[in-house]
Every structure is written in C-alpha cells, then in structure tokens.
Design a protein around this ligand. Structure first.
Ligand code: GTP
Length: 370
C-alpha cells in the first residue's frame, strides 16, 4: 500500500472572495476542481490510500468525492486549524502503514510537474527521515530558503532573506514531501505547528536525515488570483500537465456554453457550463464560471468571473476577481487587482480608468437657488 496526505484545511484568504464558500483546492482549474488534478497525479504515482487533512469547510470535500471510486479516501477533520505540521500529524492517525513506510504529503494548492514516484524512490534509496521537493525561483526574497549540501542533505531552513547576502540559494520548499511514518508520528497534534518553521528546522538541528530533491519541473503556487488563472491556463495550453487534461488547446469551453462566432477565447481560458460569451468579446487567460453572461464587446484578461455573474457590454477586466452573482454594468473599465465581493452591482459606466465616466445622475442644487 502506498499512502498520501493532502493538506486542504487552509482558509485561502488570498483568493477571497472565491474562497468565501469554496475551499481553495475545490475551485475549478482547467475544467475540474484543482484537488482532482492532484488526486489523479497521486493515483498515477501508485497511491491507493489518501487522507485529506481538512478544516475550513471540511464537509465539502466529502461531497466532492462521495462517489469517487479511484482510490480509498479518509478524512481527518481539525475542529481548530492545526497548521501544516499539526495537520500532518492529525491526518497521520488514519494511515495504516508501518513506522518506516514512506508517506507522500502534498500542499493542496501547488501545481507541479515533479515525478512523485521519483521523489519516493530517492527517499527510500537514502533511508531518509524526510525528503522535500525543492524548486528554484528567480527572486528568492519572497520565500524561506532551503540550502542543501553536496548530495542533497538539507543544511538549514532559512527565513525570508532581507539582504542580497542572505540569498544564499534560490531553492525553496515546493510543498511536496515524503515523511518516514515514525517521523510524522512524532509531531505534536495538540497545538498549531508549522512544518516549515518548526518541524523541519528541529529535524535538521537534531541531525535528522532531511534531504532536498531539486528539480526544474513546472511549479506554481496557486495561492494568489493571478497565479491561479495562470495555473489553469498553463494546464490547458500544455505548459503544465495533468492526467485529467487533454491535448494542448487554446481554450476549454464546456459543451453547454455558447461562444459567439466573432468572440475570441484564448491563452488557455476556460468557459464553464451554460456560460455565454457575446459577439466580439475577448477572453484571454481567464476563467469564466458557470452560467456567467459576458455581453458583446467585453475584454476579460487574466481574470476570474465566478458563477452566475454578468459582465455588461463593452466592459474591460484585467487581473480582476469577480465574486459570484455579481452584475457589472456596461462600459466599466476595472483596473488591475480589483476583487469584487459576491453579489456586487456596478452600474453602467460606474468605474473607469480612462475616458469619461457616465454623466452625473444626481440632482444638484443650482447656484442661486433657494
Ligand atoms: P492563504 O490564507 O491565502 O495564505 O491560503 P492557505 O490558507 O491555503 O495557506 P497556505 O497557502 O499557507 O497553505 C498551504 C497549504 O496548507 C494549503 O494547501 C492549505 O490548505 C494547507 N493548510 C494551511 N494551514 C492549514 C491547517 O491549519 N490545517 C490544514 N489541514 N491544512 C492547512
């Protein structure tokens, strides 16, 4: 038996409002929930028992996998979030393997091309306590760093570097680990524990056999809106791969959606069930949800429009997140990085960056009037 844990209990605050009612791993990416891509990848790696470490909106995971037959799934529920380390320990109670068996652990928000079988093989060949997948980043300043010695042994887990001199490596924790079962069982589960800030540094300080496996495979943390839309688009265009996605394509349009012949849906965009894309509209590297109406002449770029929303004619969205059941009137021009709460209504011409806003509709007192 090969066992795995996926950490799915986080609140996903950076992806609000999408995560207000849907946990991040259950959000739609390239036509299906992100977690299903991960589960398919684990199955390809030979995993036959999977534990979900849940907390936030835990019941929704059981709903999603109620009729799933591909592998056995167990659910560990934290009444109070235990942090990544506490969650691993808590989920570990549902594992069935022996003390030396390897346990694969994935963060529930990382899209990665790493070969999971290879990571486990290396872990076993070294007799390691923990093996981490490491990836390289162009700008290490935003991450905790993981320098390794010749042969891959982890030297330290360093806080985010503040100066150039502190950027001693470009390797970071890629959110995929293999633990020896007995090492995982030693993590406390009665309080919040961060695996990165507590468990790993303590293991290294205590002389534990902690190894890094650094690869240049595709890797993206889908935790922010822009990363989320790019991850989805990369899966469709074939830059990233999943067992659940077909051959590379420009877009994934649900068979029940209607796209006008003069509209363009490009760059790996998805258009969900019963959505309508009007004449002359452009949807580029974006996610358009179920039952969304995009009226004619709209531009949607690197954005997410959640289900049951309407984007009015001639409006433009860039790097925008529109919550569900929203109504953006015609000729709005939404500036980058806006997040619109669920159910928001913006009147026609209400928000513009360039050009003229709609004429004032308020009755003003004229000078001299009593
Ligand atoms: P943000 O709030 O936007 O930072 O997102 P997040 O809550 O998902 O946090 P983060 O991205 O740091 O979490 C990395 C992974 O660990 C995600 O898959 C989370 O679901 C998971 N995770 C984080 N904290 C917990 C926790 O306390 N319990 C469990 N079970 N999982 C957690």
């Amino acid at each position: 038996m090969r066992e795995a844990i996926i950490l799915v209990g986080g609140k996903g605050t950076r992806l609000r409002p999408l995560t207000n009612h849907t946990p991040k791993p259950l959000l739609g990416v390239a036509g299906t929930s992100f977690i299903r891509h991960q589960v398919a990848k684990l199955m390809d790696a030979g995993v036959d028992h999977l534990v979900f470490a849940t907390s936030y909106l835990a019941a929704l995971f059981q709903d999603e996998f109620r009729d799933f037959a591909g592998l056995e799934i167990s659910y560990a529920v934290e009444e109070v979030p235990l942090g990544t380390g506490g969650a691993i320990r808590n989920a570990g109670k549902l594992l069935r393997g022996g003390p030396d068996d390897p346990v694969l652990i994935l963060n529930g928000d990382i899209l990665s091309g790493v070969d999971l079988r290879d990571v486990v093989r290396r872990h076993e060949a070294r007799g390691a306590d923990v093996t981490l997948h490491l990836t390289r980043v162009a700008d290490p300043r935003a991450f905790g760093l993981v320098p390794t010695a010749e042969g891959g042994r982890v030297r330290a887990f360093l806080e985010k570097p503040k100066t150039a001199a502190e950027c001693v490596t470009d390797q970071i924790n890629a959110g995929c680990y293999v633990f020896r079962r007995s090492v995982l069982d030693a993590i406390p589960d009665d309080r919040e524990v961060s695996v990165e800030q507590e468990t790993f540094p303590a293991l290294v300080a205590g002389g534990g056999l902690v190894y890094g496996h650094t690869t240049d495979d595709y890797w993206r943390d889908l935790g922010t809106p822009l990363a989320f839309v790019h991850g989805s688009a990369d899966l469709i265009t074939g830059t990233a791969t999943s067992p659940l996605v077909g051959p590379p394509a420009e877009a994934l349009v649900h068979p029940t959606a209607t796209v006008h012949a003069s509209a363009q849906v490009t760059g790996g965009s998805t258009v969900g069930p019963y959505a309508v894309i009007g004449a002359g509209s452009v949807v580029h590297r974006s996610i358009v949800g179920e039952r969304v109406t995009v009226e004619p002449g709209v531009g949607i770029h690197e954005s997410v429009v959640d289900h049951d929303s309407v984007i009015g004619a001639g409006s433009t969205l860039r790097e925008t997140v529109v919550g569900c059941h929203s109504h953006i009137g015609a000729h709005n021009e939404l500036p980058p990085q806006l997040r619109l709460a669920c159910g928001i209504r913006i009147p026609a011409g209400g928000v513009r960056v360039t050009g003229t806003a709609t004429a004032c509709l308020t009755a003003h007192r004229v000078t001299g009037e009593q």
